[in-house]
Design a protein around this ligand. Structure first.
Ligand SMILES: Cc1cc2nc3c(=O)[nH]c(=O)nc-3n(C[C@H](O)[C@H](O)[C@H](O)COP(=O)(O)OP(=O)(O)OC[C@H]3O[C@@H](n4cnc5c(N)ncnc54)[C@H](O)[C@@H]3O)c2cc1C
Length: 469
């Protein structure tokens, strides 16, 4: 039987796999106990089936059914990738309204994690751009939206596949005038500097994200580079977009052009799991220091969109850098204080992030660069994003001590009112999960309404004791 893992390569499960060739075949597979799987870019066990369940791949369920170039509404099957959507939409003057840091995820997977991007502080998560979903639940196939079957909609978006298979989705795309992004990069000497840079620049830029050196200590703790961007005002694609829109053309059954796949391929690839000794503090600190050193002071540039949005996609299989044991990605959000909105209350989130960084740096837990960004509030039943700062970093899995330290980190995050992002997680305890996500019982009530017998089930759901509600 094949083995499966998420992007962190840990844990690994053995399960049967089913790969329907087209949506017509789904009727034969959906009665099985299963879990939907996209491209396995969630890091931990959210994409791993529970014992006895098959992994149901959406790899071939990827037709784009229609795209209205006047309204920008795309209707596509759940297995289409964001890379394929971009290949079709960008030449017509449209972009994804929200995108994660890789385009190698499926639409269904992105919806099931309610992904957020560098524009979360202004635009929120993917949920706000979904007009309609078709979900094949164990209780039948339903169309849902914020208006129709809203409970199913709000439990499925950010619901990690547990209500059933998202077979189709209608997404409102975003108009852009160029394939380029106007960028500003500003270097921060330390954490306070970085927070002030976010305060100063966030309002002027649609996209913002900071890369920081999680291993730096003392006054350098939190040093990093804030990267800001806006879609360029005008560019080569304007003409194409206007022509297509004025014709009012509606595309049907747009299978992504075969050659388009090549465009998004990685420039280099990691060939095999790197030896663990390379992940020592000396090497990683030197790498992070080098990045910080070459970043310069403040720099403006105009970049093609893939470089700005998907820098990691340039390196294929970069998860092998963490060696045979794999790694954890730890992403937490620490909310602003009550009466959030005024700059003063950001202080609560800032002090929480400072405490998390101090813990990481004291224990040498981080690895390569980490990501810090501002969030708004998610509206789905099991929301991750809260108005505040979110920090994401890779943590090599060294030994049982890594797990013990991460448990202590969970306690610290909880003390600051924070929560951990489940699509990145593989090890949160049921008690920590329940304390972080008090909404979980309400969400599971709806999950049970559509999936009463846990026919659709994941290793994550078992680990977190979700069915014990
Ligand atoms: C380099 C990198 C950068 C990332 N950056 C971000 C980021 O900035 N923001 C962010 O939010 N996330 C980010 N992620 C996480 C990623 O966007 C999510 O984990 C996403 O869900 C992965 O999609 P996938 O198609 O690979 O789904 P999988 O990993 O295969 O599955 C993820 C979940 O979706 C469910 N699922 C998949 N397809 C369907 C379907 N058709 N119907 C119902 N359920 C389904 C699965 O059961 C599982 O619970 C990043 C990941 C990587 C590797």
């Amino acid at each position: 039987m094949p083995q499966f893992s998420g992007w962190g390569r840990n844990p690994v499960v053995t399960a049967q796999e089913r790969i329907p060739e087209n949506s017509g075949q789904l009727g034969a597979f959906l009665p099985l106990p299963y879990l939907p799987r996209g491209l396995g870019r969630s890091y931990g066990d959210a994409c791993l089936p529970a014992p006895g369940h098959v992994s149901l791949s959406t790899a071939r369920l990827k037709r784009m059914l229609s795209f209205n170039p006047t309204s920008g509404v795309l209707d596509a099957e759940g297995g289409v990738t964001l890379a394929e959507i971009l290949d079709v939409a960008v030449p017509r003057g449209y972009f994804l309204p929200v995108t994660p840091g890789t385009r190698w995820v499926t639409l269904g997977g992105a919806i099931a994690s309610n992904v957020h991007g560098k524009n979360h502080h202004g635009s929120g998560s993917l949920e706000h751009f979904l007009l309609e979903l078709e979900v094949a639940t164990p209780e039948g196939v339903f169309v849902c939206s914020p208006q129709a079957n809203p409970d199913l909609f709000r439990a499925t978006v950010g619901g990690y596949g547990l209500t059933g298979l998202i077979t189709r989705a209608k997404v409102r795309m975003k108009v852009v005038a160029s394939t380029q992004v106007e960028c500003l990069r500003v270097r921060a000497k330390g954490l306070e500097d970085l927070f002030r840079l976010f305060d100063t620049h966030d309002g002027d830029f649609e996209y913002s994200v900071a890369w920081l050196d999680t291993l730096a200590r003392g006054r350098g703790m939190g040093r990093g580079v804030l990267m800001l961007g806006n879609h360029a005002g005008a560019g080569k694609i304007v003409k194409v977009a206007e022509t297509v829109r004025s014709q009012g053309e509606t595309m049907r059954s747009m299978d992504p052009p075969v050659e388009s796949m090549g465009k998004a391929r990685a420039a280099v690839s990691v060939p095999f799991p790197m030896p663990g000794f390379l992940l020592n503090r000396f090497f990683l600190s030197a790498f992070n220091g080098l990045f910080y050193g070459v970043s310069g002071g403040s720099r403006r540039s105009v970049e093609a969109y893939p470089g700005f949005f998907y820098p990691l996609d340039r390196i294929g299989a970069w998860n092998l850098l963490y060696g045979r044991k794999g790694f954890f990605q730890y992403q937490c959000v620490i909310p602003d204080g009550e009466d959030a909105g005024s700059v003063g209350n950001r202080n609560v989130s800032e002090r929480g992030i400072e405490a998390v960084l101090a813990f990481l740096s004291d224990h040498g837990l981080g690895a390569f660069l980490s990501v810090l960004k501002r969030c708004g509030d998610d509206q789905v039943m099991l929301p991750f994003c809260k108005k505040g700062y979110t920090l994401a970093l890779d943590i090599p899995y060294r030994s049982g001590e890594t797990l013990r330290l991460l448990d202590r980190l969970d306690e610290l995050v909880l003390r600051h009112g924070g929560r951990v992002y489940l699509t990145k997680d593989a090890r949160l305890s049921p008690s920590a999960f329940r304390a972080m996500y008090p909404e979980w019982r309400g969400w599971m009530e709806t999950v049970r309404k559509y999936n009463p017998e846990a026919r659709v089930d994941s290793a994550m759901a078992r680990r977190l004791g979700l069915w014990d509600a």
